[in-house]
Design a binder for this molecule. Structure first.
Ligand code: ZN
Ligand code: ZN
Ligand code: ZN
Length: 347
């Protein structure tokens, strides 16, 4: 805060608060806010009914009652700061009310401060990510023998996969994409009522939370035997994904990893069908920095964790994506997901 000329930090909903003090605010209309003054002990302002969930931490607790005005409490604790950094996901209504109460204060985003901390994972965080990845890998290993695809809806398959995620040690499932046949051409397809048929290519992209940290993995399956065009496209994506992994090293830029994966797909003639960045950071949130996108010249450092997930999306036909979570280490790369990357056949 001192380095950045910030005299007050206000941290509310989102992952910054659990990262800093181990408590996650409910994303409610009631205000939870950690008030960090550069010259005073931090204070956690919470609704009184949430106070029992708060474990002791490096802060003083200030519960507020249903008839109190929590914005006024925060403003009083704040004093008269010149520059306040406020969490990116704080509800606009609280920021607007605070701006009214603190007219002399300039508000800036908190993320530039917290991202410099969160972008490099500590060893315990890497182990938490590895545990989440291993859990979702066990789900993928069970899918071919335990989940029937043919003749069932995407929604039914997705429900089975979510059950497996919980059985394999996730506290919660965060998302469950099952995109069959032509629906696979939409990268974030919402599983629906389409009945899966023999010969369909099916993109399965799922993730959840385990010990607070996220898993996120994609494999592409085929129901029965793959048509040759599906096998060919899958081979291109697999080569692109491998090229992305092989490009990762300390000092290489995030954009260079994207370029390495993209080049394989472009060279095979599918460049216009790879319609998203190659990857995203992961930690307490499924999507966080660093982003592996063209033009990002951020150099990779040990401890950075992110996905590598190239895909090819052929409108009206099918899609293919392969995704792993990896961590940059001093001696290269640690791949957290080890599940079979081939075009696995399911029934
Ligand atoms: Zn995605
Ligand atoms: Zn994913
Ligand atoms: Zn992802």
């Amino acid at each position: 805060m001192e380095e950045r000329g910030v005299d007050l930090a206000l941290v509310s909903v989102g992952a910054d608060l659990p990262y800093l003090v181990g408590y996650e605010a409910m994303p409610l209309e009631r205000l939870t806010m950690l008030v960090v003054r550069i010259d005073a002990e931090p204070v956690l302002v919470v609704p009184e009914l949430e106070a029992p969930r708060v474990e002791p931490g490096p802060f003083r607790l200030r519960p507020w009652r249903e008839t109190d005005d929590p914005v006024r409490i925060v403003a009083e604790l704040a004093g008269s700061p010149r520059t306040a950094a406020i969490g990116d996901q704080t509800w606009a209504r609280f920021l607007l009310a605070l701006q009214d109460r603190l007219p002399g204060t300039r508000f800036v985003p908190l993320s530039p401060l917290t991202q410099t901390l969160r972008i490099r994972k500590e060893p315990a965080e890497v182990e938490a990510l590895a545990g989440a990845a291993a859990a979702v890998d066990r789900v993928l290993a069970r899918i071919p023998t335990e989940v029937r695809f043919g003749g069932r809806s995407e929604r039914d398959v997705a429900r089975d996969v979510v059950d497996l995620m919980l059985e394999e040690g996730h506290e919660a499932a965060s998302f469950w994409i099952v995109a069959s046949g032509p629906n696979g051409a939409s990268p974030h397809h919402e599983p629906g009522g389409r009945t899966i048929e023999r010969g369909d290519v099916v993109v399965v992209d799922v993730g959840g939370r385990r010990n607070g940290y996220c898993s996120d993995v994609t494999r592409t399956f085929v129901v029965g035997d793959a048509a040759s065009d599906a096998a060919d496209v899958h081979a291109v994506v697999a080569a692109a994904q491998q090229a992305g992994r092989e490009a990762v090293a300390v000092g290489v830029s995030a954009g260079d990893v994207d370029a390495a994966a993209r080049r394989v797909i472009s060279d095979a003639g599918y460049g216009e069908f790879f319609i998203h960045r190659t990857g995203h950071g992961i930690g307490l949130e499924t999507h966080e920095e660093p982003y592996l996108v063209e033009g990002n010249d951020l150099p990779l450092e040990p401890g950075m964790a992110f996905s590598i997930e190239p895909g090819i999306y052929l409108p009206g036909r099918f899609g293919v994506r392969i995704e792993d979570i990896v961590v940059v280490t001093d001696d290269g790369l640690r791949i957290l997901n080890q599940a079979d990357r081939s075009l696995v056949s399911v029934e």
